[in-house]
Design a protein around this ligand. Structure first.
Ligand SMILES: Nc1ncnc2c1ncn2[C@@H]1O[C@H](COP(=O)(O)OP(=O)(O)OP(=O)(O)O)[C@@H](O)[C@H]1O
Ligand SMILES: Cc1ncc(CO)c(N)n1
Length: 273
C-alpha cells in the first residue's frame, strides 16, 4: 500500500542574497514561502556576512553558479512565481534577466534592492541602470522603498501625495504591471503605509505603525509574501494586500535578538486561508 502522501503544492523561487544573520535575504524569503504553504526554492546571488548591526562582507556568486541554480529548479520542479532581491552588480543582474527569459518564469516580483531604508546605496550606478533598464520591465510587481522610488521616478518623496505621484510615474516610465511604493523609510505614521498603482487602481495600503526597532527584513518579507500569494493563484492586488497584512503580523511578532535591529518574526500561527 502506498503510504506516502503526495500533494500538488505551489512553488516559488527566490533569487537573492544570503543573510548570515537570518533576518533578510533568502532566509526571510524561504520562511515566508513556508508560512504561506508554498514550497520555496532558491538561487543565491551573493553571500553576506551580516547581523543585526549591519553587513561586514559581501561575496558575489559566480554567474555560472547563479545560472545553474535557476536552471536546476526550473527544468525539474518548475515555479509558479519568483522574486528577486539583492543582485549585487551588473553581471549578476544580466545573468538573472537571461535566466528569467530562458525559463519564462511567471509572476515575477522585483524588490529593487539598491538603497537601504536609511538611504545607503547598496549597489553601484552601473548596476542601478541595468536593474532599471533590463530587469524591472519584466516585473509583474515592483516593490521600491522610498529611496529606490525616488531614483526610479526622479521625484522627491516627502509626503503621501509624493508617494502616489512616484507610483504613477514609475508605472508609466518603467512599464511594470504594478508598483508598490513602500513607506518604511518615511517619517511618522507614513512608515506603515504603502501606495499601490497598477495603471487603473491607485490604492493606499494602510497598517498601524508598529513601535519596534526590530524591522530587519520587512522589505524581503513583503516581496516574498506577494510572490507566495501569486504562486497560490491570487490576483495582483489581493496578493499585495494580503502580503501587507502578513508583514504587519511579522512586525508585531518581531524578534528581540542581537544588539541592533532584530528581524521581523515569521513565527506565528499558520495563515488561516
Ligand atoms: N514600524 C513599522 N510599522 C508598520 N509597518 C512598517 C514599519 N516599518 C516598515 N513597515 C512596512 O514594511 C514594509 C517594508 O517597507 P520598507 O520601506 O521598510 O522596505 P525596505 O527598505 O525594502 O525594507 P528592508 O529594510 O527590509 O530592506 C512596508 O510595507 C512598510 O509599510
Ligand atoms: C542578503 C540581503 N538581502 C536584502 C537585504 C535588504 O534588507 C539585506 N539586508 N540582506
Amino acid at each position: 500500500m502506498n503510504t506516502t502522501k503526495t500533494s500538488k503544492v505551489p512553488v516559488a523561487l527566490t533569487i537573492a542574497g544570503s543573510d548570515s544573520g537570518g533576518g533578510a535575504g533568502i532566509q526571510a524569503d524561504l520562511r515566508t514561502f513556508a508560512f504561506h504553504c508554498v514550497h520555496g526554492t532558491s538561487a543565491i546571488t551573493c553571500v553576506t556576512a551580516q547581523n543585526t548591526l549591519g553587513v561586514t562582507r559581501v561575496d558575489a556568486m559566480a554567474k555560472e553558479a547563479i545560472e545553474q541554480q535557476i536552471k536546476a529548479v526550473c527544468e525539474d520542479i518548475g515555479v509558479q512565481a519568483a522574486k528577486t532581491g539583492m543582485l549585487l552588480n551588473q553581471e549578476i543582474i544580466t545573468t538573472v534577466v537571461k535566466q528569467i527569459d530562458t525559463h519564462a518564469i511567471p509572476n515575477l516580483v522585483v524588490d529593487p534592492v539598491m538603497v537601504s531604508r536609511t538611504g545607503a546605496q547598496l549597489i553601484d550606478d552601473e548596476a542601478v541602470k541595468t536593474l532599471r533598464d533590463s530587469l524591472i520591465p519584466l516585473a509583474t510587481v515592483l516593490t521600491p522603498n522610498r529611496y529606490e522610488a525616488q531614483i526610479l521616478s526622479g521625484l522627491e518623496i516627502k509626503s503621501l501625495d509624493d508617494m502616489k505621484a512616484a507610483a504613477q510615474t514609475i508605472h508609466e516610465k518603467l512599464k511594470v504591471k504594478a508598483v508598490l511604493v513602500k513607506g518604511g523609510g518615511m517619517q511618522g505614521s507614513l512608515r506603515g503605509i504603502d501606495i499601490w498603482f497598477d495603471g487603473k487602481n491607485l490604492e493606499t495600503l494602510f497598517t498601524q505603525l508598529v513601535a519596534t526597532k526590530n524591522t530587519h527584513g520587512t522589505g524581503c518579507t513583503l516581496s516574498a509574501a506577494i510572490a507566495a500569494n501569486l504562486a497560490r493563484g491570487d490576483s495582483l492586488f489581493k496578493a499585495a494586500r494580503q502580503a501587507k497584512e502578513y508583514v504587519s503580523y511579522a512586525l508585531n511578532n518581531a524578534l528581540d535578538i542581537g544588539k541592533g535591529q532584530g528581524p521581523v518574526g515569521h513565527f506565528f500561527p499558520l495563515l488561516k486561508k
